[in-house]
Design a protein around this ligand. Structure first.
Ligand SMILES: Nc1ncnc2c1ncn2[C@@H]1O[C@H](COP(=O)(O)OP(=O)(O)OP(=O)(O)O)[C@@H](O)[C@H]1O
Length: 560
């Protein structure tokens, strides 16, 4: 942890250490000075000036140290949050799916929080370590024999601490692992709150078996860790008292000590009590931060190692869209629990500008998986994608993905129109709001929608508006019309999609609306991951619609 802080900004840390040490030593010097004054060993004419000078040095150096370290720690936490967010954005989507939303949120909240706590404590730790070191130096100067005893005690204390510290650290690690399960439970709770509210028995079982289980395990491990550190703390305090007792009552039996030395030791020891307690109390915070930091570094390694696209220059020849070819694409999912696999492909398809293509097929036939492969979010296991003849691989994947405007079936609608020049699009925006029948519901104010608290169908229309503004050559809609009323569904298929086509856009629409299949240039039918039929409805509109409908009904009857 300390190494990490050092590497993050060694210049600031050096400044902090210097001011911290100055603060600690001047503090120790002030105590030594007070002790000598009490013993009457000072010139009382100069003493007030020395006292004022030392006190001022303590205050100023402490302020400088706190100021520098707080600036550093807040910057560090902000950088870390941004770093993890960037890492998530750059990581391959399947890896993120594997890790899961709740675990990623755990990194952004629990881990960053633990590291933030430790870095906030770091200035206090520095100053107090410096105070303790300064006091030790003063004690050694008072009597080298006692200093030797003290060094022995410190060595013994450090050795026993090193032997014991792994016990609570193990509990902290277990608690952190348990936090991922707890976070998953929180996600289920917030996302499934409606379902839970409507089913008392289910919500009770969910709380008892899922949330309470992980919450209890988290509490148990955290408590064990706290008790472990409490014991270590008490052990250090015990050694401390034993040392004071030995100096007061045992050492004089062996060697006579002057009153000044004994009183100096006692005053300094009592003064050191609070800094030492602060240092030992900060141990659990630093251990938690260490565990969290390892988690973040593991995430870093896991995502960065498989992310060649993030490291490469990522460019694609800037020609107008000509062809998109999928050759022999395959992708498979393995369902461990069922010990079954789903295999998509091999898929061979070519798309051209201004084509309206419908992707049809039963549930689970692989339509979304094919769309995800096409837009580059999933990576094919075999086969190649060519954009204008150029093979897409990790070097140009990111640039390739910028050609698509997609509305997923479980889309997310940002309330801000990030990355779009609103003023340039102002008149188009008003026009689209009218065409999407949203002008009486939503306005665009300061680059954001005035409201996104709309019905699901209306939110999807807003997503369509954003897609229009993106003005990309290739549009993919995953069951966009599923939430629309019949009237607007009609508008979508008969007006909006043809309008995109007329602009030269290629549209791939995943749909179950067989009533509108006749409008497509091509209908690609998938079943169990394979293309089973390709129809060209525009050639014979009515016959094709009847044929596709009959086949769909056949397929549904067979599957029933
Ligand atoms: N992330 C995943 N992990 C494991 N299996 C998956 C995953 N996503 C999809 N599958 C499996 O892949 C198969 C195809 O899913 P896909 O979502 O592509 O079907 P679909 O045709 O779009 O279905 P629908 O019409 O219901 O949306 C399904 O059997 C599904 O169980």
């Amino acid at each position: 942890m300390l190494l990490f802080l050092w590497r993050s900004s060694w210049i600031t840390i050096s400044g902090v250490l210097l001011t911290g040490l100055l603060s600690g030593f001047s503090n120790a010097a002030l105590i030594a000075f007070i002790n000598t004054s009490l013993a009457g060993g000072l010139n009382m004419r100069d003493a007030p000036w020395w006292f004022a000078g030392l006190a001022l040095t303590v205050l100023l150096s402490r302020f400088a140290s706190h100021y520098l370290l707080n600036r550093f720690s807040t910057q560090l936490v902000s950088d870390l949050r941004q770093h993890i967010s960037r890492l998530i954005l750059k990581a391959p989507y399947p890896d993120l799916q594997k890790i899961g939303k709740s675990v990623l949120l755990g990194h952004l909240t629990e881990d960053v929080g633990a590291i933030a706590n430790a870095s906030e404590l770091f200035p206090i730790l520095c100053i107090n370590v410096a105070i303790v070191t300064g006091c030790m130096a003063y004690l050694s100067w008072l009597s080298w024999q006692l200093a030797a005893v003290l060094a022995g005690v410190i060595l013994f204390g450090t050795t026993t601490f090193n032997l014991c510290k792994n016990i609570p650290l193990r509990s902290i690690r277990k608690a952190r692992d348990e936090y991922d399960a707890l976070s998953k439970g929180f996600s289920a709770l917030t996302e499934g709150v409606r379902e839970l509210k409507l089913h008392h028995h289910r919500s009770e079982r969910f709380l008892a078996e899922s949330l309470a289980g992980s919450a209890e395990a988290y509490r148990r491990h955290s408590f064990r860790a706290t008790v472990g550190y409490l014991c270590i703390n008490q052990w250090i305090q015990l050694l401390y008292y034993l040392t004071i007792g030995a100096i007061l009552y045992v050492f004089p039996l062996w060697r006579t000590l002057s009153h000044e030395i004994v009183s100096g030791y006692v005053v300094v020891f009592l003064f050191m009590m609070s800094p030492l307690t602060l240092v030992t109390n900060s141990l659990p915070v630093f251990s938690r931060a260490k565990v969290s930091l390892n988690k973040v570094l593991q995430l870093d390694d896991a995502l960065a190692a498989q992310n060649p696209a993030a490291r490469s220059a990522d460019t694609l020849a800037q020609y107008d869209f000509g062809t998109l070819t999928l050759s022999g694409l395959t992708h498979h999912f393995h369902r461990e629990k069922e010990n079954r696999s789903f295999m998509l492909g091999p898929i061979d398809l070519t798309f051209h500008p201004g084509e309206l293509v419908f992707l049809i097929g039963g549930n689970g036939s692989g339509k979304t998986t094919l769309a995800m492969l096409l837009i580059g979010l999933y990576h094919p296991e075999q086969g190649v994608i060519r954009w204008n003849g150029e093979i897409i691989d990790s070097r140009n994947l990111n640039a390739y993905m910028q050609n698509f405007s997609v509305i997923f079936s479980d889309f997310y609608l940002f309330d801000e129109l990030y990355g779009l020049d609103i003023e340039r699009h102002r008149s188009a925006l008003d026009d689209y709001l009218h065409r999407l029948h949203l002008h009486h519901k939503v306005e665009i104010v300061d680059g954001r929608f005035s409201s996104v608290n709309l019905s699901q169908g209306q939110r999807k229309r807003l997503a369509l508006l954003v897609a229009y503004l993106e003005d990309r050559p290739f549009y993919v809609f995953d069951e966009w019309a599923a939430d629309q009323d019949p009237e607007f569904k009609h508008v979508f298929y008969t007006e909006l999609l043809p309008a995109l086509k007329a602009q030269g856009k290629t549209v791939l629409a995943i749909t179950h609306d067989d009533k509108y299949f006749y409008l497509a240039d091509r209908c690609i039918k998938l079943a169990e991951g394979r293309i089973t039929a390709i129809e060209y409805p525009q050639a014979h509109p009515q016959q094709t619609a009847d044929r596709i409908k009959a086949r769909t009904i056949d397929a549904e009857t067979t599957s029933i």
